[in-house]
Design a binder for this molecule. Structure first.
Ligand SMILES: Cc1cc2nc3c(=O)[nH]c(=O)nc-3n(C[C@H](O)[C@H](O)[C@H](O)COP(=O)(O)O)c2cc1C
Length: 222
């Protein structure tokens, strides 16, 4: 195992959606999860559970479940909307969405392994639960773990993508995988050996996203 510099890993963990035929052995996956599990969670309640899916039929069924979300995503994009934005109603009708041909097939079909990362909602702490806005804090008890998995996979020479389309059909996905009532699906991660590894990611500079003392303060790090 080659250990990369942590900053190199952070700067080059790209969304990987195409995989070679190389397997991702259980031994490597064990190492990925054994390191990723040190992610934090609210109150250290550790409500994250991971279903490891290798079975092709299950991966294809999950891919099929993600298609309706992908169609709406593409339809809204074509209509100049922010796709699936919870503050904007969808301005595209169901018939138009259904007719969309999604340009790229789901990476879940070809990946040697798909991780379905779930969170036990009965143990999360969500300090924003009484606010009149979309909840974000519950996710903070699972997404550090999710991102750790992708960072660890990169460190091992593998790659994947944090995908969420399946979650639009969560009840059917939960039934397929036998998830208990109190669990939510947070992410679906196809993982495999990247066909190509991008190393220059497009991200905003620090001065564009950080300000001093106040939101309207001086840009930081100019
Ligand atoms: C919350 C979240 C949801 C995402 N959902 C999907 C998804 O459903 N399907 C997909 O292909 N990529 C999904 N992505 C991946 C993003 O498109 C990707 O991380 C982003 O475009 C940056 O890509 P890059 O690292 O290659 O620059 C998601 C990423 C995040 C953080």
């Amino acid at each position: 195992m080659v250990v990369m510099d942590i900053y190199d890993v952070m700067r080059t963990t790209a969304a990987v959606r195409e995989y070679t035929d190389d397997p991702l052995p259980d031994e490597v996956l064990t190492r990925i999860l054994d390191n990723a599990r040190f992610a934090p969670s609210g109150g250290n309640r550790q409500g994250t559970r991971i279903v490891i899916v290798r079975d092709a039929q299950t991966r294809n069924l999950l891919a099929d479940l993600g298609m309706s979300a992908a169609k709406r995503y593409v339809a809204q994009l074509r209509n100049g909307e922010g796709p699936w934005n919870p503050l904007q109603p969808c301005g595209v009708d169901a018939e138009t969405i259904a007719a969309v041909q999604v340009p790229r097939d789901s990476p879940l079909r070809e990946a040697p392994v798909v991780l379905v990362v779930c969170i036990d909602l009965s143990v999360v702490a969500a300090f924003d639960q009484d606010l009149d806005r979309i909840g974000v804090v519950s996710g903070a008890s699972v997404y550090p773990f999710v991102w750790n998995i992708l960072l660890a996979a990169r460190n091992e020479g593998y790659g994947g993508v944090l995908s969420t389309g399946v979650i639009a059909e969560e009840p059917r996905a939960k039934e397929l995988l036998g998830l208990p009532e109190e669990f939510a699906i947070a992410a679906v991660l196809p993982l495999g050996k990247p066909v190509r590894q991008l190393t220059k990611l497009k991200r905003r500079h620090v001065a564009e996203i950080a300000t001093v003392e106040r939101f309207d303060g001086q840009p930081f790090g100019e």
